[in-house]
Design a protein. Structure first.
Length: 200
């Protein structure tokens, strides 16, 4: 009877040990999975075609003034015998004069802090390991379309773990706007004016 009790006790201890070992192995495996997951979560751009988000925060002040003035004057004079035409009754012959004048102006001014996000792509990896990037964004408001373009060179180490980088860390940075809309059209003569200028 004693031997059976001892054997049963040993068996129970063995089962408990095996269970404890399996639990530890599972925890260890889970820890490795988390570690691997952490490595996978690092999605920083590192090769051509990868995308990085540019956080633009610049103090900008810009002014654009457009002014156009055109003058066109034509004069026609004719004298001679016009037969029985009513033109022959005009003293001094026939004269005609046309004058066209057009003035147009447009003004766009911006000042203050320029803040936005632009997604850019790595278009080249330099020999020193730095990245050449380029990105653009098009915004249209109140009939004015503005395309914002960002170009420059960034260091891989300046890219944060969430795959973003501040515009202040872009070397040889070019941040500019290309706009079309109301202001651009303001200094262009209308269709009727252009037709008259073409005729005369």
């Amino acid at each position: 009877m004693k031997y059976r009790i001892i054997e049963l006790s040993v068996l129970i201890i063995a089962v408990i040990s095996v269970y404890a070992g399996l639990s530890y192995a599972r925890q260890a495996a889970g820890g490795q999975t988390i570690q691997k997951g952490g490595l996978v979560a690092d999605v920083r751009a590192k090769k051509i075609g990868d995308i990085v988000t540019i956080l633009i925060n610049e103090n900008a002040r810009a002014s654009n003034n457009n002014a156009t003035q055109t003058n066109k004057q034509n004069q026609l004079e004719a004298t001679g015998d016009f037969g029985n035409s009513f033109l022959n009754n005009l003293s001094g012959g026939v004269s005609a004069q046309t004058q066209n004048q057009y003035r147009g102006s447009g003004q766009v001014s911006t000042s203050g802090t320029f803040t936005m996000q632009i997604t850019a792509s790595i278009i080249k990896v330099k020999e020193d390991g730095n990245f050449i990037i380029r990105g653009s964004r098009e915004v249209e408001t109140n009939g004015e379309k503005v395309v914002t373009v960002v170009e420059g060179v960034i260091r891989p180490g300046d890219i944060s773990r969430d795959n973003t980088i501040s515009s202040s860390k872009i070397a040889d940075a070019r941040i500019f706007h290309q706009g079309t809309g109301v202001s651009t059209q303001a200094h262009r003569p209308g269709l009727f004016t252009r037709i008259l200028n073409w005729i005369f």
